[in-house]
Design a protein around this ligand. Structure first.
Ligand SMILES: Cc1ncc(C[n+]2csc(CCOP(=O)(O)OP(=O)(O)O)c2C)c(N)n1
Length: 384
């Protein structure tokens, strides 16, 4: 079942929630023809569905634009989530303001959904003075306190124990925040995954752990990552209720995460969700996926495009037509172009910011370095 042979694997594991264990099956809401599977219909409001569509389309267009900018040399590095838009979107929609997100590689867009202005978000990629992280993180490694999204380093797997720890803290303090921790399929081979799962199970913390199984860890296919039948089944050993959802079905993700978050908030402990998806684009702007996978495989997954899946549904129920879709696309492209323009206009971070935020009082050797730097002429493009 962990093969990378295309859509056959997806269909094979499909479940109506009764006949197959949730950690071995595949929870789906959307049917391939755009209808809703009656056995799993969670009845999601028209407003939520439209929001999901808008957000997914925005990330899709934004990713395409940012890859272009990277190729033009205007940003140094970019990590897209093309093909995986449903999981961050469905998750973000299921959260409340007080909840915390500990992202892995492809969930930064949850910040946008939770109110981060797009131009401020983009400033992180440019690493300039508009970046709330002051240009100190690698591009595409966003975080912001204002939307409770925690910084992630590039170290794979570390986010999960952080999420479990934060959830444990919430439990001890008696507040009602839930922590969401993400990991990739590759990350499950890290000790951090197992530590997090064990603590989450034993301490019954208000945490939802989500593995985006996008079938690859850079060039390593998930078939070489584990011999387990699914990733979700790993939760069983830790006593953490686990399920597998179609990660390209935003309504399924939204419903599954909403249920898991509600469970956590009721004090019933952690849930582990495997979201089965596929990385359509490259691992990052530094990767060439044609070196390790076939175009046929990508084409098979393109048939299960998460944005198209919701589009089919909205069209089938009569809430979307060509004119409305075109108007949305124009509006989003305009928003993105304007935000890129605003973000790119910022100067680099002030040089003095290099010396901020570590010491309450700057030690003598750093004062000396700061003063020496101040005496140098500004570097090209720097205002100070
Ligand atoms: C501890 C550690 N080991 C290796 C790497 C190099 N590395 C960066 S991304 C990546 C693959 C991650 O795959 P996965 O967890 O499946 O997430 P995905 O990229 O597919 O979203 C690896 C091995 C790293 N950053 N950290």
């Amino acid at each position: 079942m962990q093969g990378t042979s295309g859509t056959a694997d997806l269909i094979e594991g499909e479940t109506d929630g009764n006949t197959v264990a949730p950690d071995l099956g595949l929870y789906r809401v959307l049917r391939d023809d755009g209808g809703i599977r009656s056995v799993s219909d969670p009845v999601i409001s028209a407003e939520t569905k439209w929001r999901a569509y808008r957000e997914m389309k925005r990330i899709r267009l934004l990713d395409a634009r940012m890859i272009l900018l990277q190729r033009q040399g205007r940003v140094g590095f970019y990590g897209a989530c093309t093909g995986q838009e449903a999981t961050p979107t469905g998750t973000g929609l299921a959260l409340q303001e007080q909840d915390w997100v500990f992202p892995a590689l492809r969930e930064s867009s949850i910040m946008l959904l939770r109110g981060m202005p797009l131009s401020t978000y983009l400033c992180q990629i440019f690493g300039n003075a508009g970046d709330v992280l002051k240009g100190r993180q690698m591009p595409s490694h966003m975080s912001a306190k204002q939307v409770n999204q925690v910084s992630w380093s590039s170290c794979i797997g570390t986010q999960l124990p952080h999420a479990v720890g934060a959830a444990w803290a919430a439990k001890l303090r008696g507040d009602d925040a839930v922590a969401i921790g993400f990991i990739g399929d590759g990350g499950t081979s890290e000790p951090d995954f197992h530590n997090a799962m064990n603590f989450a199970g034993v301490a019954k913390v208000p945490c939802v752990m989500i593995c985006q199984n996008n079938h690859f860890a850079i060039s390593v296919p998930s078939s070489q990552q584990t011999a387990s039948e699914t990733f979700a089944v790993k939760g069983r050993a830790y006593g953490v209720p686990s399920l597998r959802v179609d990660g390209n079905d935003v309504l399924a993700v939204y419903h599954a995460v909403s249920q898991a978050v509600a469970r956590a908030r009721r004090g019933e402990g952690a849930t582990f969700i495997e979201a089965l998806t596929y990385r359509i684009g490259a691992h990052s702007s530094s990767d060439d996926p044609s070196r390790y996978r076939s175009q046929e495989e990508v084409d098979a997954w393109l048939k299960r495009d998460p944005v198209k899946a919701l589009e089919r549904h909205l069209r089938a129920e009569g809430s979307l037509d060509d004119a409305k879709d075109k108007a949305l696309e124009d509006e989003l492209n305009e928003e993105i172009l304007a935000a890129v323009k605003t973000a790119e206009a910022h100067a680099p971070p002030p040089r003095d910011s290099l010396f901020e935020d570590v010491y309450a009082e700057l030690p003598w050797h750093l004062r000396e370095q700061r003063d020496a730097l101040r005496k140098l002429p500004p570097a090209p493009g720097h205002g100070d």
